[in-house]
Design a protein around this ligand. Structure first.
Ligand code: KG4
Ligand code: ZN
Length: 375
């Protein structure tokens, strides 16, 4: 028997995504239609182009999802949809799709904050792979309770459950925020970026180096083989009395370095040079992210740091978190599995279980909120 499922719909940026998730956080099916190829030639997301592609992608994706899960609308308890923050045209497509489906199938509708969704990813069990807990410098594979008990996951040693309240670090192409989470839907912002998001800085530096889009994964790969000391880039805004992030200075400095290298090597920048710039940029960005996180943990007396969003996939960031936890055995750092760090609908459906459905009239009047804050 299929338990009641929430259908999650996400379209805040350049991924059309939907998922079916039960009340225990178990994912029954999920589907993502990435638009990366569409935007690659522009070196970043073009909002109008993204919104139009969402329109084409969304309903076939929902059909695909139900076919994969082998369920019909009778299994759906409610629909959870990203209300904001994000690109307004993109959000509207997901929201109108969700409202139409809710009306058509007479299902309750739940508006979900995308950032709160990123932070909730740990409570959801993706179809494959575990989450990561770093404690005393050790890596431990963890899962939400729903999957930790089953035989197939017998070697997942622990249950993924950081204690509320905890500090969250949300790092993506659109956001870089440190937050304080009292509960899944009670989150307040402690600090954020004053200019570029860290993922945006990765993407722009990668573009300047001629590495394609999105830049984060490829720079991460190259950085692993480079020498950060051979690169003059340094971490921005480390002062303790300045809790906010800033990445535009680092981005500009890396861009200037890229220009110099292009001038020096008109035939193409040698791979060793590229690796060193990537390593230098990554070391500086990671130092800033973890340094500010550590300040927030100390200031608020918290033990757990949960890192999520696309940049949480970064291997350099995960490795430095190990060093940090080795030095500070009182701290624990949690990373969701990469498949649920980047934009997805599993986290939206999972969080929707924790929120109240909107009354019928409010559901149909629900509007997208491009600048939606945390509650
Ligand atoms: O969360 P996400 O899928 O979408 C937004 O909400 O923005 O994050 C996408 C961002 C992109 O900027 C991408 O370059 C970055 O996450 N990213 C990475 C890595 N994987 C994805 N940045 C650094 N290292 C990675 N391994
Ligand atoms: Zn996101």
């Amino acid at each position: 028997m299929t338990p009641p499922l929430i259908l999650g719909i996400e379209s805040s940026c350049d991924e059309s995504a939907c998922a079916l998730v039960d009340a225990d956080g178990r994912v029954w099916a999920q589907a993502v239609a990435s638009q990366v190829d569409l935007h690659a030639r522009f070196g970043g997301v073009v909002p109008e182009v993204a919104a139009r592609r969402h329109i084409e992608a969304m309903l076939p994706l929902v059909d695909e999802l139900f076919a994969e899960a082998g369920v019909d609308w009778n299994a759906v308890h409610a629909i959870g949809v990203t209300q904001g923050p994000g690109l307004i045209g993109c959000l509207l497509v997901g929201l109108e799709t969700a409202k139409t489906l809710a009306w058509l199938h007479d299902k309750p509708l739940i508006g979900v904050n995308h950032l709160a969704g990123h932070l909730y990813a740990l409570a959801v069990a993706p179809p494959r792979g575990e989450h990561l807990l770093i404690e005393r410098g050790e890596r431990v594979a963890v899962l939400p309770a729903a999957r930790a008990g089953s035989a197939e996951d017998a070697d997942a040693a622990r249950i993924a459950q950081p204690q509320y309240p905890f500090v969250g670090l949300i790092v993506s192409g659109g956001h870089t925020s440190l937050v304080w989470a009292d509960a899944p839907d009670r989150i307040r912002t402690l600090a954020q970026t004053r200019d570029d998001a860290v993922g945006e800085a990765y993407d722009k530096v990668a573009r300047a180096l001629g590495l394609g889009y999105p830049g984060g994964p490829v720079m991460d790969r190259l950085a692993a083989e480079g020498d950060p000391e051979a690169c003059p880039l340094r971490a921005p805004m480390l002062r303790r009395d300045k809790p906010d992030f800033s990445f535009s200075g680092l981005k500009t400095a890396a861009g200037r370095l890229a220009e110099q290298l292009h001038a020096r090597y008109p035939e193409g920048i040698p791979e060793a040079e590229l690796k060193n710039v990537c390593a230098g940029f990554q070391a500086a960005a990671v130092e800033s992210l973890l340094g500010k996180s550590l300040n927030a943990l100390s200031e608020h007396g918290a033990r757990d740091l949960v890192v999520s969003g696309g940049v949480a996939c970064n291997r350099g960031l995960r490795r430095r978190a190990e060093d940090l936890c080795r030095r500070r055995p009182d701290l624990r750092v949690w990373f969701p599995h990469p498949s649920i760090c980047t934009d997805n609908a599993m986290m939206i459906a999972g969080l929707a279980w924790q929120l109240d459905p909107l009354p019928h009239r409010a559901a149909l009047a629900l509007n997208a909120d491009a600048g939606m804050g945390l509650g």
